[in-house]
Design a protein around this ligand. Structure first.
Ligand code: G3P
Length: 218
């Protein structure tokens, strides 16, 4: 499973990349606002240069023509730029037009199987079901991922599934067990994936025994 980092924080992305865990990046207007840089095009270019993999930058227009114009402009920033488009009626038109231009599109804010089916038919390269936000309202986010993977498999649809709105380690485990192509993970979740109390306890034991051995030699 590919790991994308769900962040526009260059330093955080750099840290995760240094661990070999950054195959790509996803951003959205909220993450851009959190990063606090108003030169958003320059920031996206810097992220692309650093990551050398797919980097999603989201359109902010709400009408199809506006999304297409913005998407075409964003796509010119870097070869790695993936245009993120919301899954609305206007979004479907924009996805079809941008995909027709050969531009990779990530269809975002996906909460149903039908939305995922439509964006794949429109030509999106990626689909982003938001598992955490579904869990938040009492639905089962991972069930949606499972259903989308099954439907795509039924029709050999090549759109890659990005498990998005990841909140905790079990989302990553479940995404991998289901065979999702990608999980986009907030940087703060990465340390939780590696942490285990038995690793810490085991290491403390090894270090204590090693110190005893050194004491014997002295
Ligand atoms: O990429 C967008 C998505 O992952 C948002 O996550 O935590 O704001 O629901 P969240």
């Amino acid at each position: 499973m590919k790991f994308f980092i769900d962040s526009a924080d260059l330093k955080a992305i750099q840290d995760v990349k240094a661990m070999g865990m950054c195959d790509g990046v996803t951003t959205n207007p909220s993450l851009m606002a959190k990063a606090g840089r108003t030169d958003t095009d320059a920031l996206l270019k810097e992220i692309c240069r650093l990551v050398q993999g797919p980097v999603s930058g989201e359109v902010t227009a709400l009408d199809a023509d506006g999304m297409v114009a913005e998407g075409r402009r964003l796509a010119k920033l870097d070869d790695h730029l993936v245009v993120k488009v919301p899954t609305t009626l206007a979004g479907l038109k924009a996805i079809a037009a941008l995909a027709g231009d050969g531009i990779a599109v990530n269809a975002t804010l996906v909460f149903s199987v039908n939305q995922a089916l439509l964006v794949a038919k429109a030509g999106a390269a990626y689909v982003s079901p938001f598992v955490g936000r579904l869990d938040d309202v009492g639905e089962d986010g991972m069930q949606l991922v499972s259903d989308v993977l099954e439907v795509y498999d039924n029709y050999d649809l090549e759109t890659e599934v990005i498990v998005a709105s990841v909140r905790h380690p079990m989302h990553v485990v479940d995404a991998a067990l289901l065979g999702a192509h990608i999980a986009t993970i907030p940087p703060e979740v990465i340390p939780k994936l590696v942490a285990h109390p038995l690793t810490d306890k085991g290491l403390a034991g090894f270090m204590a025994d090693w110190a005893k051995l050194q004491g014997r030699g002295a």
